[in-house]
Write a protein that binds this ligand. Structure first.
Ligand code: ADP
Length: 459
């Protein structure tokens, strides 16, 4: 890719609710502002979805998913072509979408363009390829029966999205849901609704039937909670804080026992052995700690370095941190932008002065030293979370043993934040339930139906 630049003038921004392939104003007539965190300036006012709007969207999504509706009657390969078409349109609007993402989140433009947009397009294309490959099994069964399974859509899938990777998290949820034939209602985070709404326009342009995808900007306790408690929503996929994840699971249980997948926080350990490529380890763990201004559930928050190289590691890490270029996130030279919620800054500063670092969701790296292997494994695992972990060593035997011993849904060896559409992602322990991405995610968006036939001709 040649170096892209943000456009000088912006295409129109879509500030309304997207239901049934149409733009709606909020039932209560309420709006809320979305603000550029780099400047503190309001970008525009957005229509705020209320419970009545959630009801309207659920009705649309339910109708679009009926057995006789075009979406369910469509050939599975045509479903794949629609997903590819959407990916084509996102590619066409890539510079604009990257600009919008940077304006709404403060993340550096080049990261929006090369990472968020690249990951979004690849996720769509990966799941576009699955639509005609989601098949069941035939089981050898007792007596004169024959059994086979079919994988059917779950139904209406709600997706509640965070503000750190607004477009990418939207795609992680929407792409597998649509690939399996579900219909979707997305609630973007109130801080960052703009890219999702632009994708609404592209969904219509691509030719998805009305109601297959609905986008409801709004607040968590209102629109989010209305989705989680709705009796006609069959599944909710959530990425965000552990506290809200617990609320959503409770709400789902109390309403209609809808299926829930959760991708929550982490206190992710990195283990750096003395035999590792130390410069690589410094670079990758620091990328892990500071990438996206530290606002990642995968943030490398606890780095354990073998005692003999600890001093050197800290020295190199300090030098590397000083080379970060902070500034206007739309400037291609900027490598580190502002926090999404500038209102959270004082609390971040205060917390860096405390010994307790448990709740930091920002650019803070903690480096500890360790003496021996069993000790460092215990320390790495001594948290209620288990999202990701990393190991740096040239000894592959040790890398594999350590990978097996770590309680985490992902272990990176000599790399960090290496996420791919093909590879499952999700947490052990309180980091979440279920897996996103890869073939594993298809199981979260399908019901398995077993069909058993009595055979009367016993030949
Ligand atoms: P953070 O604390 O990092 O902002 P949250 O978990 O609060 O993360 O937010 C992630 C997403 O969850 C956002 O879309 C937010 O609006 C939504 N949300 C927040 N509270 C609730 C709730 N009670 N029910 C449903 N969704 C919620």
């Amino acid at each position: 890719h040649t170096l892209p630049l943000p456009p000088l003038s912006l295409d129109p921004i879509f500030p309304q609710l997207f239901i049934n392939n149409e733009w709606h104003i909020s039932s209560k007539g309420r709006t809320f502002p979305t603000v550029n965190p780099a400047t503190g300036v309001k970008i525009c006012d957005i229509q705020e979805a209320d419970k009545a709007d959630v009801d309207k969207a659920v009705e649309a999504a339910k109708a679009a998913g009926e057995r006789s509706a075009p979406w369910r009657k469509m050939d599975v390969s045509s479903r794949g072509r629609l997903l590819h078409k959407l990916a084509d349109l996102i590619e066409r609007d890539r510079v604009f979408l990257a600009t919008l993402e940077t304006m709404d989140t403060g993340k550096p433009f080049l990261q929006s363009f090369f990472i968020d947009l690249d990951g979004s397009i690849k996720t769509l294309r990966y799941y576009a390829g699955w639509t005609d490959k989601i098949h069941g099994k035939t089981m050898p069964v007792d007596d004169s029966f024959m059994s086979f399974t079919k994988h059917e859509p779950v139904g209406v899938c709600g997706a509640i999205i965070p503000w750190n990777f607004p477009l990418l998290m939207f795609m992680w949820k929407m792409a597998p849901a649509l690939s399996c034939g579900n219909t979707v209602i997305i609630k973007p985070a109130e801080q960052t609704p703009l890219t999702a709404l632009h994708v609404g326009a592209l969904i219509k342009e691509a030719g998805f039937p009305p109601g297959v995808v609905n986008i409801l900007p709004g607040f968590g306790p209102l629109a989010g909670a209305a989705l989680a408690s709705h009796m006609d929503v069959d599944k909710v996929a959530f990425t965000g804080s552990t506290a809200v994840g617990q609320l959503i699971k409770e709400t789902a249980a109390r309403s209609n026992l809808k299926r829930v997948t959760l991708e929550l926080g982490g206190k992710n350990p990195c283990i750096v052995f003395a035999d590792s490529d130390l410069r690589l380890a410094v670079e990758e763990t620091q990328k892990g700690a500071f990438y996206n201004q530290g606002q990642c559930c995968t943030a490398a928050s606890r780095v354990f370095v073998e005692e003999s190289v600890y001093e050197e590691f800290v020295r190199l890490s300090v030098a590397s941190a000083k080379s970060l270029v902070t500034g206007d996130p739309l400037d291609p030279r900027t490598s580190h932008g502002p926090q999404v919620m500038t209102s959270r800054l004082p609390s971040l500063d205060e917390r860096t002065a405390e010994p307790l670092l448990l709740q930091i969701f920002g650019p803070v790296q903690c480096i500890f030293s360790f003496k021996c292997l069993p000790e460092v494994i215990d320390r790495a695992n001594s948290t209620k979370y288990g999202l990701v972990a990393a190991v740096f060593t040239k000894d592959m035997d040790r890398a594999l043993s350590v990978s097996s011993a770590l309680e985490a849904g992902t272990v990176w060896v000599n790399c960090y934040n290496a996420l791919h559409a093909q590879t499952p992602f999700g947490g052990y322990k309180m980091s979440g339930n279920g897996r996103e991405l890869g073939e594993y995610a298809l199981a979260e968006y399908t019901e398995v139906k077993a069909i058993t036939i009595k055979l009367s001709n016993n030949l």
